[in-house]
Design a protein around this ligand. Structure first.
Ligand SMILES: [Zn+2]
Length: 350
């Protein structure tokens, strides 16, 4: 059901030959000018990056597990993350911000190249994450060093990005520490070609129309909404709902979101409510000590392998506990039901 945009033109980046950033940018920009879409351009960057060994540091392939769940109407998923095993970050003088463009070509990031483009007159650049969760996993960053924010423009830019890259999914973490944030100091979102996450198949419980946007409350282990409609109206509704949710406790309440483009100028947006007081409980910290982000709240956990277990033992272990663990971890990282209920009561459900 996903569009797989195959290369329509030849990739003009020379396979296997590392080029300076300026040349990568000018080559890709020329191809885009000559009719390649943004998705094809990023696909070319990915293909070429692989050819110059951008992923050579990856320690191993992740184990992907899936758990059929009648309760949540979808398969929940879990990745055992082997990619980072034994990885030591580069030492010495590092740029202060891990996402700023000044990282390009620095020690440990010699093969990092990016593509710069505009979304709604704001300058962005996309780079491949060195530890992809799925093939073609990009991070799309503002060129300017601006803190993470969930403004109207942030929703709008994610929507424009997926409109330019049909079939892609944009996934955003939040703007608050301990509430599904990743790198707070630099505005960014993640982008994946051909990815569908479990929450996208969650059942709608209540549905109403706000500002021409079909808005549904979802049956999911954390309070979440699905918005569907004309892109501009979805963006406006999302922004207003988020302001409404944040209002009683600014600095504690926020959201994660997933944006996908629907043909004919429409968008589908999933909003997952977050609250910085509600995070992984001590019982699960030995399994997941890092913060829990958008991909995980959307139904795909990313966990480090258990130490002292072989990959086979890890597979068996997580296969046995995954079905219960996934909704429990999502639930622990959710605002409590009474806060979500009070917020949902402010929405006039049909
Ligand atoms: Zn930065």
């Amino acid at each position: 059901m996903h569009q797989k945009p195959g290369p329509m033109t030849r990739n003009e980046l020379p396979a296997g030959r590392l080029l300076p950033q300026e040349e990568v940018q000018s080559t890709l920009a020329r191809q885009l000018h000559n009719g390649a879409g943004l998705a094809e351009t990023l696909g070319n960057l990915q293909q070429w990056s692989e050819s110059v060994g951008y992923y050579d540091h990856l320690a191993g392939r992740n184990t992907y597990l899936s758990f059929s769940s009648e309760e949540w109407n979808t398969d929940l998923r879990l990745q055992v993350n082997y990619a980072r095993i034994g990885y030591t970050p580069p030492t010495g003088d590092r740029p202060a911000c891990p996402l700023c463009a000044e990282n390009i070509g620095t020690p440990g990031k010699e093969k990092l190249r990016v593509y710069q483009f505009e979304l709604n007159q704001r300058v962005y650049f996309a780079h491949l994450t060195p530890f992809p969760l799925h093939p073609g996993h990009f991070v799309v960053n503002r060129w300017e060093h601006l803190p993470m924010h969930l403004s109207r423009g942030a929703f709008e830019d994610a929507a424009t990005f997926v409109e330019k890259c049909p079939g892609w999914l944009a996934a955003s973490n939040s703007d608050l520490l301990w509430a599904g944030a990743s790198v707070l100091q630099h505005h960014h979102f993640q982008a994946f070609p051909n990815l569908r996450l479990p929450i996208q198949d969650a059942t709608a419980l209540n549905t109403t129309t706000i500002n021409n946007t079909v808005t549904s409350m979802l049956k999911w282990p954390c309070p979440s909404l699905r918005l569907y409609g004309k892109t501009g109206e979805v963006v406006e509704t999302a922004f207003r709902l988020l302001q409404q949710w944040k209002k009683p406790e600014p600095g504690k309440r926020t959201c994660n979101f997933l944006m996908e483009s629907i043909p004919h100028g429409k968008a589908c947006l999933h909003i997952i409510l977050r609250h910085s007081d509600h995070r992984t409980h001590p019982d699960l910290l030995p399994i997941k000590s890092e913060g829990v982000g958008i991909i995980e709240m959307a139904g795909e956990l990313i966990l480090p392998p258990r130490p002292n277990m072989t990959p086979e033992e890890n597979r068996d272990y997580f296969t046995s506990i995954g079905g219960d663990l996934i909704p429990r971890l999502i639930g622990q990282n959710s605002p409590p039901p009474h806060l979500a209920t009070a917020f949902f009561q402010t929405i006039n459900w049909n």
